[in-house]
Design a binder for this molecule. Sequence first.
Ligand code: SAM
Length: 243
Amino acid sequence: MTENPILYVIGTPIGNLEDITIRALRILKEADVIFCEDTRITKRLLERYDITTRVTSINARTERAKTHSVLGALTEGKNTVIVTDAGTPGISDPGSYVINAVREQLPHIKIEAIPGPSALTAALSIAGVDAAEFLFLGFIPHKKGRQTIVKELAETERTTVLYESSHRIMKFLNECKEFFPPNRMMVIARELTKIFEEVVRGTPDELIAYFEADEDKQQGEFVVIVPRFDKKGSREEEEGEGE
Ligand code: SAM
């Protein structure tokens, strides 16, 4: 317990458990309580580093109802951590509701970011596309508004990144095939930092053929990047380079 407790928001691995900063490990060890999504997943990380701090669950479903627990812990003077199952809290993950509540209801509490991995930045860092500026869509809607987004992606003027689940990756690629010009290039980063990590670049047609050839490759976690529509966005112009 301390007079001036801190709320730490910590980025955790997106696969490889070694992707955790020294500072994150120290704070996880020294904190009084860790709020996480799935206690089993966070305990796997903590056990790897012999950390025995108490964990308690707060997830997208329970975030609103359990916000009082986080406020309570801080009010009692507990150094408190928020992590999610993978990556950076708040990035297509819970976190922002609780953090906003702390900012509004306990404005004297310091909130510190302990930066770590995110699938978004990991994918962009190795995709080989211009990411000086980009648009991040997170998960796009499953139904309403989905088609409009795919149509906009076809000629987006900003490199655009989105998350897609294994359940819908083939559906998404087929939607791209329907609405993209046939030579439009895109990048899929799959299973980043894990054993089957791969980055595949191609037109929707090529990517569909690639993933259909091996159903195992349709499993796992996916980041989709649609580079902005310029030289790098079209196969035709890419081949024309240097002519
Ligand atoms: N907060 C996380 C972050 O900072 O990246 C994102 C959490 S979101 C619930 C999970 C989605 O992130 C997955 O469906 C996938 O699109 C993407 N993702 C997470 N880990 C990944 C990985 N190792 N490889 C590729 N994509 C990943």
